[in-house]
Design a protein around this ligand. Structure first.
Ligand code: THU
Length: 139
């Protein structure tokens, strides 16, 4: 894929993640998160955090996006954008990193803030030495 296409892809994901963030249900933390995943077939799947009065029952935006993609028939992804209102761009939490690496070990992860800051990581940077489906073969 050429560089301009890639920039356009990221811009589209930023918009989708921002729309998702505005739908976040985060009455307990007030930390709204939106996520948008680019599938290899070109489709974009989004998610937002959905909290619960039983706190551990809440789910992160990234895992919501993965669930949406999988039920939509997509399992291969190249890029993820996370959108928050935080002071600094925030990476996916550890549980979400594990869920993401299952499907996308080469994922590019971009995090943006509503103030205009951004950061970018590879999945390998976020989760070195991951436990993957291949790890089960060595049991
Ligand atoms: N959260 C996400 O949605 N994604 C992350 O990667 C980090 C945390 C949510 C979970 C909870 O609803 C709120 O942000 C505060 O932790």
């Amino acid at each position: 894929m050429s560089a301009p296409d890639r920039r356009d892809d990221i811009a589209g994901l930023v918009e989708a993640a921002s729309v998702a963030r505005e739908r976040a249900y985060a009455p307990y933390s007030s930390f709204r998160v939106g996520a948008a995943l680019l599938a290899d077939d070109g489709r974009v799947f989004s998610g937002c955090n959905v909290e619960n009065s039983s706190y551990p029952a809440g789910i992160c935006a990234e895992r919501g996006a993965v669930a949406s993609a999988v039920v939509g028939g997509a399992r291969r992804f190249s890029a993820l954008v996370v959108s928050t209102e935080a002071d600094q761009p925030t990476p996916p939490c550890g549980v979400c990193r594990q869920v993401l690496v299952e499907f996308a070990p080469l994922l590019t992860v971009v995090s943006v803030t509503t103030s205009g800051l951004s950061a970018r990581w590879t999945m390998g940077e976020l989760l070195p030495s991951p436990f993957t489906p291949a790890s089960l073969a060595h049991a």
